[in-house]
Structure formats: C-alpha cells, structure tokens
Design a protein around this ligand. Structure first.
Ligand SMILES: Cc1cc2nc3c(=O)[nH]c(=O)nc-3n(C[C@H](O)[C@H](O)[C@H](O)COP(=O)(O)OP(=O)(O)OC[C@H]3O[C@@H](n4cnc5c(N)ncnc54)[C@H](O)[C@@H]3O)c2cc1C
Length: 444
C-alpha cells in the first residue's frame, strides 16, 4: 500500500493556499495509484492529485484525499533515435532536464521555472515564450493514466489522439497521470541578451520582435518608462568553438549576479515596499537600475529558467497575439492612473497555437501578460480591474494562476470545450477527481 500521511497540511508554493486533507497518500507506481483510487471510491472520498504546488489557483486543495505524486518520479524509457523520453508524471522539469542532457536531448521550449512536475505543468497549459516553439503540452506525445474506474488508459498521436488532445491540458480531472512521453530535440545552446530599453518604442514593434526572435519576453516595472527585455537565440547550428557553453566561472558569476542584484535586491526592496507601500514606485526605479545588460550562452534549460527565490502569486492571461499590446497599454494606464504600488514587474511572453483542447493558447497565436504580486500582499482591487481589461481583450486565464472565471465565462472561449467535458465524463463519470474549484471551472 502507498505511504499515508494523516492530517498533514498541504500548502501552495506561493503561500496563498492551504488544505487539511483527511488523508494524504504517496503512491510509488500505477498499482498503488489504482489501490488509492479503489480505496477512495469504496470509502466515498474524493481524490486530488498534487504536483509541486506551484499553481496559485485552488486546483489542488481538498478536504478528502490528497494524492502526492512526489514518489512517482524518474525515467521510464528513452528512445535516442526518435528523440523521445517517457518519465513518471511526478518527475520535476529539473530532474527531466538532467536526464535529457545525459542522453544528448532537450525540450524545445520550457517555462521559466523547473520546479514544477511534468504531470502538474501540463495540467494547466504551462508555456514558455517564442512563437516558433510549442508549449509543454505541445511536446507531449503520449500519456498513461489511471482512471477512477480502475483502468490504466494510454493515449498517443496514433492511439486515441482525441484523448491526447484533452490530456495535454488536463486540469487533473481525467485520471491520475502515471507517465508522460515527450518529443524532444537534440540538445542545444541558447544565447541570452538582456538589456533595458525605452518601453514605448518596444511596444510599437513588439509583434515584429516576437516574430523575429526565437524566444522573447519583456518586463515592465511600474513607476518606470523602460522595459527589461530578454531575447534568447538558439545556437544549435553553429559549431561548438563558436558557442561554447558558459565556463563554470562565468556560470558562478551569473548566479552571483542573479542572487545578489536580481534576487536579494528584489526581495529586500519588496520587504521595504511591504512596510512602506507609498515608497514602492521609487523602489522600483532603484531596482530597474540594478538590472544591467548582460549576454551569455549556456545549455538551453539553464537559460530558459530563472531563479525565483522570492515567493509570489500571479495572475496570467493568454490573449490573441494582436490584442497583447493594446491590453498592455490599458494595464499601464490603469496602474499609473491609480498609482498602484506593485512590487513585481508585468511580464509579456508569447506562444504558438497549442493543440491541447483547453490550453489558453488553443488555436491561436498568443501573447501572455503576467501580473505577479507579493504573496502576502496581493492587491485585489488591481487584480479585479486588470482581469476585466484582459477579458475584454479576449483573454483566457492561465489555469494555474489567480482568476475569477467560471464555466459560463470559459465555455464560449474554447471551441472544443464540449469535447473535453465528454472525455472527462467518460473517464470519471462519478466525479471522484473533482474538487469545488474544478466543478466551478467546468460547470459539472
Ligand atoms: C515560480 C513559478 C514559475 C512559473 N512559471 C511558469 C511559466 O513560465 N509558464 C507557465 O505557463 N506557468 C508557470 N507557472 C505556473 C505553473 O507552471 C503551473 O501552475 C503548474 O501547473 C504547476 O505545476 P505543479 O507540478 O506545481 O502542479 P500543481 O500546482 O501541484 O498541480 C496543478 C494541477 O495538476 C494536477 N496534477 C498534478 N500532478 C498530476 C498527476 N500526476 N496526475 C493528474 N493530475 C495531476 C493537480 O491536480 C492540479 O490540477 C509558474 C509557477 C511558479 C510558482
């Protein structure tokens, strides 16, 4: 039987959510997952799977049974010839990146953190940036899951592709994912250019910049007139001697720069801002000066991901690409008109159309606008007003971030909404995997 932890408190990474499940179970394989689901069905408990708790929307919290996936980890198989890997679903992206590196492989695109699990990340449509490279769910080519009915169900591009399209953004409501197969690419290096530039000309040319760069994002700190831009270029076409990865010394210097200037300073200024909200915009100007230009090359996953030791919660929306700049300009006007004292920048990224039925990027080129908030001090009035702007511009919420949308708002945004509901009803007719939040989201 899987390990049981009775009465343990579950907390989200951002600190905004907690739960007291009646029981926490930590299965180590599909047999144990089957046993957990059978046990739960018998005792009338509902089950919510949990990854690394990096979602700040209440997808995980339950008072019933929490299924901790942290023992469902590691490599299942690797096919170097076809550049495919299968891992257990509780494997973190960090662990996956290291396994892939050993085999000369990499994921084509990654989010900016590697602490989430594979199963948890694809549940919410987790994305990186770059119009030419897929989100995480777009790199998934097979899934194996245990359903509440006691079946082990697999899907791939050739076997039940309809189910694969649902599983690519599954919200944890189709089954407990045991393993995931991902299409990889040859390991590659990225060159990163980070620099500060005036915000207005950047906004005027953003769409061209997004089309031209492999991966681009920018952040704007309220109270300033400049943006911090990050452009990543894929270097796999150049021979090693031109694109040598960072030496251990330059890597260490970069980490020191991350730790001292970009993290400790942010954390310190955040704490000061927490005590003196009126000073926040001035503090933001100090912080933006500290983020100097820098350029470096390294193996791809070390460049895609950035250190995030300062905890926060975020609200993120995916918008039709062409609406991203108008929505951003309205958000800027909102922040400036109300003098909101935000301690984190607004960040903009982009991604291509996603094949997942419920990905916020489903069927359209997408611009993402992310609003981060200090975990203990979210500005609800700002989030409410900002959400209205994002919705008015055709935005769909990132499932793992703060939002107030319900099934009535969401269903018209997704052309294949009913197909997802049908897949869910087939795999979990009794709703054993649902909690209050997922019921509200799906209207079931
Ligand atoms: C620091 C940080 C950086 C982030 N960066 C990005 C980013 O760059 N891009 C982006 O798009 N998002 C980003 N996010 C959001 C994050 O990717 C998502 O919230 C993701 O879903 C978190 O994964 P997790 O492993 O923590 O899953 P959890 O938050 O624990 O769970 C998420 C969902 O997955 C389900 N689930 C987990 N494991 C399984 C399983 N094995 N079977 C079935 N269901 C399961 C849960 O029930 C839940 O519904 C970031 C979040 C943080 C805190």
């Amino acid at each position: 039987m899987p390990a049981r932890v009775r009465g343990g408190t579950w907390r989200s990474w951002g600190g905004n959510l907690s739960a007291e499940p009646a029981v926490t179970v930590r299965p180590a394989g599909s047999d144990q997952v089957l046993a957990v689901l059978a046990d739960a069905a018998r005792t009338g408990l509902r089950v919510r799977p949990a990854g690394s708790g990096h979602s700040c929307s209440p997808l995980v919290p339950t008072g019933d049974a929490l299924l901790d996936t942290s023992a469902l980890t590691g490599l299942v198989s690797v096919d170097e010839e076809h550049q495919r890997v299968t891992v257990f679903a509780g494997t973190t992206l960090q662990e996956l990146n290291l396994v892939l590196e050993e085999h000369g492989l990499a994921l084509a695109n990654l989010p900016d953190s590697s602490h989430m699990t594979v199963g948890g990340a694809i549940a919410t449509g987790t994305h990186g940036t770059g119009l030419g490279q897929p989100s995480l769910g777009g790199q998934v080519i097979g899934v194996s899951m245990v359903t509440p009915g006691g079946d082990v169900v697999s899907c791939s591009e050739s076997h039940r592709p309809d189910l694969l399209a649902a599983a690519r953004t599954h919200l944890g409501v189709l089954g407990v994912l045991v393993s995931v197969t991902l299409q990889c690419v040859n390991a590659f290096r990225l060159h990163c250019a980070e620099f500060r530039e005036p915000l207005d000309p950047l906004l005027d040319t953003l769409q061209e910049r997004m089309s031209a760069a492999d991966h681009v994002e920018f952040s704007w700190m309220p109270g300033t007139t400049t943006a911090h831009t990050r452009i990543l270029s894929r270097l796999h076409r150049l021979p090693d001697e031109y694109t040598r990865p960072a030496s251990p010394i330059s890597r260490a210097l970069r980490r020191a720069d991350d730790a001292v200037l970009r993290t400790s300073l942010t954390a310190g200024l955040g704490r000061v801002g927490n005590l003196l909200p009126r000073a926040v915009n001035g503090l933001n100007r100090i912080e933006s000066l500290a983020e100097s230009s820098r350029r470096y090359t390294d193996v791809s996953y070390r460049v895609f991901t950035v250190a995030r030791p300062v905890r926060y919660v975020s609200a993120e929306y995916g918008l039709p690409l062409e609406n991203t700049v108008p929505a951003f300009r309205e958000l800027r006007t909102l922040v400036e008109a109300h003098g909101y004292d935000l301690s984190f920048p607004l960040t903009v990224r982009c991604s291509p159309p996603d094949p997942a039925l419920l990905s916020p990027a489903a069927g359209r080129y997408t611009g993402w606008i992310n609003l981060r908030q200090y975990g203990k001090r979210p500005r609800q009035s700002f989030l409410t007003a900002a959400e209205q702007i994002l919705v008015d511009h055709g935005g769909r919420p990132h499932w793992g971030t703060l939002h107030t949308r319900t099934a009535a708002d969401l269903a018209p945004c997704y052309p294949r909404w009913e197909d997802f509901l049908a897949a869910r009803a087939e795999l979990d007719p009794e709703g054993l995997l649902l909690n209050e939040h997922t019921r509200t989201l799906l209207g079931v």
